[in-house]
Design a protein around this ligand. Structure first.
Ligand code: SF4
Ligand code: SF4
Length: 385
């Protein structure tokens, strides 16, 4: 199965919020011109024919306003019919209005937003007033029938309050996608908020247990993804797949980058949509070669790791940018990935071993009835979707 083709459009790097651990917003960033959207369509029409997911990301993409989306969405949807595009947006929801909500509803756009737990924890990390503004936007989105999921960023501070955070998501009935705070490339103390790999590993095991304990009450997307990776022995999200050549991000000026995390960093510009670069030209750009070198580095560095098939060395951005663009190691979260992959594999093997010889599947097995849900029960829940 091919890795899905994903394009991220960054209409602006500006953001009205001021999250303390953010690495990706830039004050005064311009808004993408609609001609750049037309250039994106011209470029993609010849670039690849497979289905594409287009995610609007930022900065804060709602700063572009309804007039941008009213023009951009039909141009993309009609200009790329042969790529059968589907859309998504990642936003803090502060600028969500009924007008925007109606536009997104017309294009079946699911929303990813960000909240780090109850108000005190969220506002401590993301700035005073963040929680209320996001919840207000959430209520507009909800009233218009939009699907909203929340990224919860765990920092070295909030990880100590993980029970409170999970309880908040349970109480609200929110789906959680967790994100470990990364070392900031713009801060004189890069690790001030970053979640250390060993803490991240512990957190993942804790969240696995919470997912099983509350199997019918909460969805923790990363845990589902990790379980699916081990079960199918195949990466299914960008961190655990070779994202290179399958994901690109386009900045406000039309510059193309390997992913949204690199946007605004001149040394990672692969080309510009107005020049309609071919796949080969992007692969031969300096960042293209760097990404391909990372793939080869993973093949040798992780060769003895039992999880290489579905981990693929984690995220190249995490690995490459802290060392200034040279490849000196894999994703620093390697120990966290190993910890959770070992945990899931170990539990899965035990469950398989304990199942009767004619085991026909998941918790329907007589020997598993009455037991706490395990990995197979979670996999069944995921597969039933
Ligand atoms: S660089 Fe990292 S975040 Fe970006 S697409 Fe690749 S794995 Fe995902
Ligand atoms: S867990 Fe670590 S060693 Fe194993 S494949 Fe992932 S990054 Fe490589």
């Amino acid at each position: 199965m091919k890795t899905p083709f994903h394009i991220m459009i960054i209409p602006t790097l500006g953001c009205p919020s001021n999250c303390k651990y953010c690495w990706s917003s830039e004050e005064g960033s311009p808004i993408m011109d609609i001609r750049t959207i037309q250039d994106i369509v011209s470029w993609l029409s010849d670039f690849r024919k497979d289905p594409v997911t287009i995610t609007f990301h930022g900065g804060e993409p709602l700063l572009a306003g309804p007039e941008f989306y009213l023009k951009a969405l039909p141009i993309l949807a009609e200009g790329l019919t042969k790529n059968n595009p589907s859309f998504a947006i990642q936003t803090n929801l502060w600028r969500m209005t009924p007008e925007l909500a109606e536009i997104f509803k017309a294009y079946h756009i699911p929303i990813g937003s960000s909240i780090d737990g109850p108000k005190d924890i969220t506002d401590y990390q993301r700035g005073e007033g963040y929680f209320d503004k996001t919840m207000q936007g959430f209520s507009v989105a909800q009233n218009h029938g939009l699907e909203v999921r929340f990224i919860c960023t765990f920092t070295r501070h909030s990880v100590e309050e993980r029970e409170k955070i999970v309880q908040f998501f349970l109480d609200q009935g929110f789906t959680m996608k967790l994100h470990p705070a990364l070392p900031s490339l713009r801060n004189s103390n890069p690790d001030e908020w970053a979640l250390a790999p060993e803490k991240f590993g512990e957190l993942l095991v804790y969240l696995l247990d919470e997912s099983l304990e509350h199997i019918n009450e909460i969805d923790i997307m990363n845990i589902n993804d990790l379980v699916r990776c081990v079960f199918t022995r195949r990466g299914n999200v960008c961190t655990f797949a070779d994202c290179m050549s399958n994901t690109y991000a386009i900045g406000p000026d039309g510059n193309i980058y390997p992913c949204y995390r690199f946007v605004g960093m001149d040394e990672y510009v692969m080309g510009n949509v107005r020049n309609r670069p071919t796949q080969e030209e992007l692969d031969n750009s300096k960042p293209g070669k760097l990404m391909s070198d990372y793939k080869q580095y993973v093949d040798s560095h992780c060769a003895d790791c039992s999880h290489i098939k579905y981990c693929r060395g984690g995220c190249p951005y995490n690995a490459i940018t802290p060392s200034g663009g040279t490849i000196t190691s894999v994703d620093p979260h390697c120990s966290a990935y190993k910890r959770i992959f070992d945990e899931i594999s170990g539990r899965l093997n035990t469950e398989m071993f304990e199942a009767p010889p004619m085991f026909s599947g998941f918790q329907n097995s007589p020997s598993l009835k009455g037991k706490k849900p395990g990995i197979m029960a979670l996999m069944q829940k995921i597969a039933m979707r």
